[in-house]
Ligand binder design. Sequence first.
Ligand code: KG4
Ligand code: ZN
Length: 330
Amino acid sequence: MILAIETSCDDTCAAVVTAAGEIRSNAIASQGLLHERYGGVVPEIASRRHLELADALVADALEQAGATLEDIDRVAVTRGPGLIGALLVGLSAAKAIAAARRLPLVPVDHLHGHVVASTLQPDPIEPPYVCLVASGGHTFVARVDEPSTYAILGQTLDDAAGEAFDKGARILGLGYPGGPIVDRLARDGDASALDFPRSLPGDGLDFSFSGLKTSLLYRVRDLGEQEAAERRADLAASYQSAIADALLARLEQAVAREGVERVALGGGVAANSALRAGAEALCERIGARLWTPPIALCTDNAAMIAAAARFGEPVAYPGYLDLDAAARLA
Ligand code: KG4
Ligand code: ZN
């Protein structure tokens, strides 16, 4: 059994997963409300909160799994990318737990976790597949031929899709994090009410979302405060559909180019209802099979870190004691 810890951003997460990919527990403590008043994640506050919660989350994950540390064979932890202080808390906790029992430690690339979230039970995807990962910090489409690694086919040149949701929500005067709020508000709006650009830069599979955000800003300015407030649901629905359309357009091109029949979504934005519905329609139209993980496996979680650790290189004790966290991975 694998005990995994994830603290790359503002969620403190621990999970217990078997080598076969069965999730025994997936504990998450979200710090969302703590950062809401600042309109975004404050790194120092996130680190301190992780420090307070890490032990409790590990205890929760073990208890929910009906396990003790005696049952754990390896420890997995997110090494990066993410907020350096936040990462260090999880990494230190994982090192301490592993070292005390002389267990091997598997350092995990957070993005690899998002890519392989769909390889968990009960319906694991098998390579080859194409995966669209859209989160608050990253947006890319990747090909997976074997689950220990992934090849990036295209990525965002500026903002991530989740960032576009969060910044858009701020322009519309909504709360933080913006994605879920825009998603909810969009249900009462008309996605074709307002025109927003679908930017598809270059000839490859890259994304760009910064122009879309600017066009929302101008649109709100042109409408004026009162009309923009009255049409908030239409603005949210139209803006959301521009993001989803751009993501789906690249996903469709990637699947056609790579000639695969299996498709997965990952990352916090994969929780978006317009993207999920659009991906389902797309896959049905092109005859591909789609894996959309449950929302708890799309947003940050430790089960996906354990999933990736099944395919990673374990480091034996004491080799990992001087392992460092990395805000960016090469
Ligand atoms: O993967 P994640 O939990 O953390 C990162 O690794 O960044 O992604 C967080 C992002 C945030 O930008 C949040 O607004 C977005 O995912 N998000 C959503 C939804 N739920 C979360 N975006 C659109 N619709 C949602 N339902
Ligand atoms: Zn993430």
